[in-house]
Design a protein around this ligand. Structure first.
Ligand SMILES: Cc1cc2nc3c(=O)[nH]c(=O)nc-3n(C[C@H](O)[C@H](O)[C@H](O)COP(=O)(O)OP(=O)(O)OC[C@H]3O[C@@H](n4cnc5c(N)ncnc54)[C@H](O)[C@@H]3O)c2cc1C
Length: 380
């Protein structure tokens, strides 16, 4: 069968790979004129690594990233609120949690696809479903027709906007700066990621291997696209996080302004439907989440693996897409909602509430951490 995939991000490329391996023909249409080294780090949970194994690219992805074996939750002075060692858990599953640069992951995916699968400079405008065919129309005046279309065009999906003009993006109430820097000189332990919660904001970092570190800083901001926050770079972040524990000020000091990416944190209010006849929404287009559980990219990868299982069970795209819808919506909805709640707790500023929250976090029993790991990393 022939599939059109709109969007050449992690979801679109992984889906193309999955479909090709099942003997289908897949073409990916990406609006950008070139795939640039944009983005920062992403963490692929063991659930995503298992899905990538099914697609035959586990080894290539793992070689390009850094396994993360412990996740520390700290207060702004560096006191431990919660520490999760994932080693035993992920060893039992047979897969690591892997930190990787988004661009490196995209490169491995692209290298695994036959030349010509991805067409750049193809901005999708609208689609038409007629009988057993779907046609996509692009901004350059061209069009393409196939048996089915997959909207993998990200959080601002134009495919979704045509199908669901009233679907809503939600501003989470905080804005975020990210960077990937060479921090070899700081000698941070490989394999340990941390996130520090304080009243001035939240700061996390994740080693990506070879001395590279991905950091992020989230600060409350009353409305999206705040005129002051959008101008903040290193100097302002250094001021904001000056009293946080080492190595936070040091990581910021090592960062150049041009290495910093800024963006508000948004998600998509969970949808009631992913499948629309011969059209399917997938990845961020279907279930964009806040980044608090580190599952944005991982859920897109899980989608691709589930899609081929559904196509194996139901050969017709409409039936396979309905199956996908039934199977993927409950899990992705739960992740979107949990991540939203976690973000609210993490961004608390009121002194009484933050003290109470920190006291609760210090008492989280290991069994609760294990249940959460099982939910996130065992996957489907
Ligand atoms: C530039 C960028 C940087 C990111 N950085 C991070 C990060 O540092 N950490 C993190 O956790 N997550 C990041 N994300 C989000 C994370 O990559 C996603 O959660 C995850 O990869 C889901 O993948 P996706 O393919 O559904 O969406 P995306 O990765 O957003 O890919 C969607 C693709 O569709 C393309 N597209 C959009 N509109 C059209 C159109 N009309 N026609 C054709 N193509 C279109 C976009 O150019 C993009 O390539 C980033 C996303 C982007 C786009």
């Amino acid at each position: 069968m022939h599939f059109l995939i709109i969007g050449g991000g992690i979801g679109g490329l992984t889906t193309a790979l999955a479909l090709r391996q099942q003997g289908h023909h897949a073409q990916v249409f990406e609006a950008a004129a070139e795939l640039r080294e944009i983005g920062a780090g992403v963490v692929l949970g063991a659930n995503a690594m298992r899905a990538l194994d099914r697609l035959g690219i586990h080894a290539a992805v793992r070689a390009a990233g850094q396994p993360i074996t412990s996740i520390g939750l700290l207060d702004q002075r560096g006191g431990v609120l919660n520490e999760v060692d994932t080693t035993a858990f992920t060893q039992r599953l047979g897969y690591d949690n892997l930190a990787i640069h988004r661009a490196a992951l995209q490169r491995v995916l692209l290298d695994s696809l036959p030349a010509g699968t991805l067409q750049l400079g193809k901005a999708f405008e609208r689609l038409e479903q007629q009988g057993s065919q779907v046609t996509a129309y692009f901004a350059d005046g061209s069009s393409a027709t196939a048996a089915a279309l997959i909207g993998a065009d990200g959080i601002h999906s134009r495919v979704r906007r045509q199908l669901l003009p009233h679907s809503q993006l939600r501003y989470a109430g905080y804005t975020c700066w990210r960077g990937v820097i060479d921090a070899q000189a700081l000698g941070l332990p490989a394999g340990r990621s941390t996130e520090s919660w304080g009243r001035q904001g939240r700061f996390g970092y994740v080693p990506l291997g070879n001395g590279q570190v991905y950091w992020f800083a989230c600060v409350n901001s009353p409305a999206a696209n705040d005129a002051t926050h959008r101008t903040w770079r290193r100097a302002e972040l250094l001021r904001q996080f000056a009293h946080y524990h080492a190595p936070i000020p040091q990581l910021l000091a090592y960062t150049r302004d041009e290495q910093i990416i800024w963006g508000d944190i948004l998600d998509l209010k969970p949808l009631a439907q992913f499948a629309y006849g011969r059209v399917l929404l997938l990845g961020d287009a279907a279930h964009a989440t806040t980044p608090n559980l580190g599952q944005g990219a991982g859920q897109a990868v899980e989608d691709a693996a589930m899609l081929i299982r559904c196509l194996h069970e139901a050969a017709e795209p409409e039936a396979a897409f309905r199956l996908f819808d039934q199977r993927r919506r409950p899990r992705t909805t739960r992740i979107v909602n949990q991540s939203w709640q976690l973000g609210r707790a993490a961004q608390l500023q009121n002194p009484l509430l933050t003290n109470l929250r920190n006291a609760v976090m210090r008492c989280v029993p290991p069994s609760v951490n294990r249940r959460q790991m099982a939910f996130l990393y065992e996957g489907e």
